[in-house]
Design a binder for this molecule. Structure first.
Ligand code: NAP
Ligand code: MG
Length: 493
């Protein structure tokens, strides 16, 4: 350094650390203006002649038009699946079936960014979640069931498992591609063929997956995707050529479907709604519990069947816990789902937004105390801010009904017995969470909580090897794990 070097004197304005947008590019996806149905290994125009728009809920723009399958289209899809089943898929050695499933899993990984962006555009979920949760989990399910395809005899020792036939599968809009994976992977692994109906508001990733299955060389007709609304789903589950019905969606529609298949020899599994209790004891690590509770209810805008939508907090820590929760909610970022900073994206549809608003209005009208952080919502699109309800009692609708939105109802308890009584006071039984320092208390609670899944000191943990499903009005049957194969095999007691 020379002697005359003087210290830097440049003065710069203080850096603004508050926010830097980080938008994912959409250049990687191309969405056809018009898409047909996927039947018999190719895209076909709907015989019904009808179609509908798929909309981006974050800006209300139409992404493209998809075909609406009528009864004749459903019939064509079911017979394509039947032909593919009888002409080879059911008799293919498991080791051959597994090759296709491994290939689909790898292709999902290779094209993960593209699928994640498409899922976010069509459904409104934050890109961070589509990228870090939906896509890795969907691929993991295909990998997992690919591994079982040639080992079914070991999955069910002493039995000779056989496929059931044609599976008619109907899925919801909250995790479109992941729900496809939960249904399609075990069905194909066990030697069944599939007709899948995605939800009306989120058809695009299922159609892209169908095209990808052709690239993977999946034989024609093994996987068929028919888009449409509730009537298409009803025609599929009611079709006499369907041997097995698998449904994920609301309890109300689940009941309709159970009635529709009653008296037939169709097999049925129902994965329905939930109203999970998230129980926090006074000895819990509170800051970790806050993260768990926030993830439990605000993940995917609360459009989650196992969302921890009822917080039961021990009375002695209620005030401090609620203060911490409010501080944390102040930091949540609501807005453009394509921004990697976004925590809460768009509500999936105007209908769902109306339902959330209606239940929130009812909560206030019946004496609940609503709290929301200050946050600016975009002008276009469908949005709802993260919301807490204090002073909630057991009889409130917001404590009983599934809101399926970013709304948490907070109640208190004093003893374990009271926590169990309140947690189980719901028609649902899908999931629950417990936060406490005591291992014995976790086991005691898990024994008594009426829920298919109980998370302890964590929430929303998933693994393809772990079965997931409900009790009571949350449905029956399990997806994931060895249990997830059972609905798709005959000959197993
Ligand atoms: P939904 O209204 O019950 O719809 C689910 C699917 O069924 C959609 O594809 C829907 O088509 C179709 N459908 C509607 N009416 C039908 C009928 N009569 N017959 C056959 N199919 C019909 O539920 P959603 O609002 O999409 O999804 C939210 C619900 O799913 C929540 O209750 C949530 O808890 C539940 N869910 C459960 C799980 C689980 O594993 N237990 C997982 C995820 C979600 P359209 O959408 O085109 O109308
Ligand atoms: Mg959409």
């Amino acid at each position: 350094m020379s002697d005359d070097a003087s210290p830097a004197t440049t003065t710069t304005a203080p850096l603004d650390w508050s926010y830097a947008e980080s938008k994912e590019s959409t250049a990687i996806v191309s969405i056809p203006d018009e898409q047909g149905l996927w039947i018999g290994g190719r895209e076909v125009a709907a015989l019904s002649g009808n179609g509908f728009a798929s909309v981006n809920p974050a800006n209300e723009e139409t992404l493209g038009t998809v075909a609406e399958a009528g009864e004749a289209d459903v019939d064509a899809a079911v017979s394509a699946a039947r032909t593919a089943y009888e002409d080879g898929w059911r008799d293919l050695p498991g080791s051959e079936r597994s090759k296709y499933l491994f290939r689909l899993a790898r292709m999902l990984q290779e094209r993960a960014r593209e699928f994640a962006v498409l899922e976010t555009l069509d459904g409104g979920k934050p890109i961070r979640e589509a990228r870090d949760f939906d896509l890795p989990m969907a691929a993991a399910h295909f990998f997992y069931y690919a591994g079982w395809a040639d080992k079914l005899d070991y999955a069910f020792p002493g039995a000779t498992p056989r496929p059931v036939g044609v599976a008619g599968q109907v899925i919801p809009w909250n995790f479109p591609l992941l729900m496809l994976a939960w249904k399609v992977a075990p069905a194909l692994a066990a030697g069944n063929t599939v007709v899948l109906k995605p939800a009306e508001t989120t058809s695009l990733t299922a159609l892209e997956f169908a095209r990808m299955s052709a690239e993977a060389g999946l034989p024609d007709g093994v996987l068929n995707v028919i888009t449409g609304a509730g009537a298409t789903g009803a025609a599929l589950v009611g079709h006499e050529g369907v041997d097995k019905v698998a449904f994920t969606g609301s309890t109300a529609v689940g009941k309709l479907i159970q009635r529709a298949v009653a008296g037939s020899d169709k097999r049925l599994t129902l994965e329905l709604g939930g109203k999970a209790a998230h129980v926090v004891f006074d000895d819990a690590p509170l800051d970790q519990a806050i993260e768990g509770v926030v993830n439990g209810i605000f993940f995917n805008q609360g459009h989650v069947c196992c969302a921890g939508s009822r917080l039961l907090v021990q009375e002695s820590i209620h005030d401090v816990f609620v203060d911490k929760l409010k501080d944390r909610l102040d930091l949540l970022r609501v807005g453009d789902p394509l921004d990697k900073n976004t925590d809460i994206g768009a509500i999936n549809s105007p209908e769902q937004l109306e339902r959330i608003k209606e239940l929130v209005a009812d909560g206030e009208a019946t004496g609940g105390e609503r709290w929301q952080p200050a946050c600016d919502l975009p002008e276009r699109g469908y949005w709802f801010p993260p919301t807490l309800f204090l002073g909630v009692s057991q009889s409130h609708r917001i404590a009983q009904e599934e809101i399926f939105g970013p709304v948490l109802s907070i109640m208190t308890f004093r003893t374990e017995d009271e926590a169990i009584e309140k947690a189980n006071n719901t028609p649902y039984g899908l999931s629950a969470g417990v936060w406490t320092n005591k291992g014995s208390r976790i086991l005691w609670m898990a024994d008594r909580l009426e829920a298919g899944v109980v998370w302890a000191n964590t929430y929303n943990q998933f693994d393809p090897a772990s079965p997931f499903g409900g009790y009571k009005e949350s449905g029956f049957g399990r997806e994931g794990g060895r249990h997830g194969l059972l609905p798709y095999v005959e000959g197993v007691a």
